[in-house]
Design a protein around this ligand. Structure first.
Ligand code: PPE
Length: 311
């Protein structure tokens, strides 16, 4: 990982090397944390963070699902994100706010621990490897099922949940694939290890709905709105693996993965990235870099420092 200068920790900017927690922290032992992944992009008007407030609202919702109280409001965390960005002045970066039960008392009951909040930012390139955005990736359906709604709330972006993704992505990588696709216990298509999934069949776009144990992705929501505005109907519905094998086009999307075409699933060819995938990918990349007026309301920028009187 490319280190940067500063990390925002409980309200203060500390040096990267000093951003440490105690080994007895609850979150380390039990995965009791919630987090976000957000991207800031370079635009003609300076850096813009894509849907920052929506991400931070999801962070608060994730915490609510775990009955964890984050001691900072959305406004305070937003200001923290801007502070850490200002400390680095990177043209583009990934932002990672994480809230977790810290050091106090071990034992599964979390309440006697403080909730710590940290915000990191660093440059993060293409998530699924070089060429993924242009050529598409090869995916494999995992033997690991996606966590079910009565196991851990899948709507929460919770740290512990990512053991599920880690097992799936290791299995896929060890078998020579770029990414894993997880199914629900009923066999419906859920998510990639870090992405939501879309297929195109006969000009219609389809994506698993919330009842299929998906993370309600902000990129997914963005893609749905962009696709509809471009005139493509989008069905949020149950998908089975046959829908992937019979897809005319397929792609995955997420903050880190952006819009990544899928060219193969389980060694069955879907094909080169198709025209609808390309169109949506381009619209998305143009939007995040401030080149589409139509969707510019999703870009958020640090407030300009107020003019100093007399300067
Ligand atoms: N499903 C899963 C399981 C998931 O982890 C992500 C994001 C998504 C869907 C898409 O959500 P959104 O980013 O709101 O569009 N995965 C994040 C973490 C990646 C990581 O490896 O860490 C991300 O894309 O930032």
């Amino acid at each position: 990982m490319q280190e940067t200068e500063k990390i925002w920790m409980n309200g203060e900017l500390v040096d990267w090397a000093d951003a440490k927690i105690h080994v007895g922290s609850h979150g380390l032992h039990y995965g009791s944390g919630v987090f976000e992944g957000i991207r800031a992009y370079e635009t003609d008007d300076g850096p813009a963070v894509f849907r920052l407030t929506d991400h931070l609202k999801r962070l608060h919702n994730s915490a609510k699902l775990l009955q964890m109280e984050i001691p900072y409001s959305v406004d305070e965390i937003r200001a923290g994100c801007y502070d850490v960005m200002a400390a680095h002045a990177l043209p583009e970066c990934y932002l990672r706010p994480i809230a977790f039960y810290g050091y106090g008392e071990l034992g599964v009951r979390p309440w006697n621990n403080p909730v710590d909040l940290v915000i990191m930012s660093w440059p993060w390139g293409t998530y699924l490897g070089e060429g993924a955005l242009e050529q598409g990736v090869r995916a494999k359906i995992s033997t690991w099922q996606r966590i079910g709604p009565n196991v851990i709330p899948h709507v929460a972006k919770a740290t512990g949940v990512y053991l599920n993704s880690m097992l799936a992505v290791m299995e896929a990588a060890q078998s020579g694939y770029d990414e894993a696709i997880l199914l629900t216990d009923e066999g419906f298509v859920a998510d990639g290890s870090g992405e939501n999934i879309f297929v195109v069949q006969n000009g219609r776009i389809r994506t698993p709905d919330l009842s299929s144990s998906i993370l309600p992705g902000i990129t997914r929501d963005t893609v749905i709105q962009i696709a509809q505005d471009l005139g493509y109907p989008v069905d949020e519905t149950n998908l089975i693996r046959a829908d992937l094998y019979l897809a005319d086009e397929m792609f995955m999307c997420g903050t880190a993965a952006e819009v990544t075409p899928v060219r193969e699933v389980d060694d069955r060819m879907i094909g080169e990235p198709g025209p609808i995938t390309r169109e949506i990918q381009k619209a998305y990349m143009d939007t995040v870099r401030g080149r589409r007026e139509q969707w510019s309301h999703w870009l958020e920028r640090a407030p300009k420092p107020s003019a100093v009187p007399g300067s």
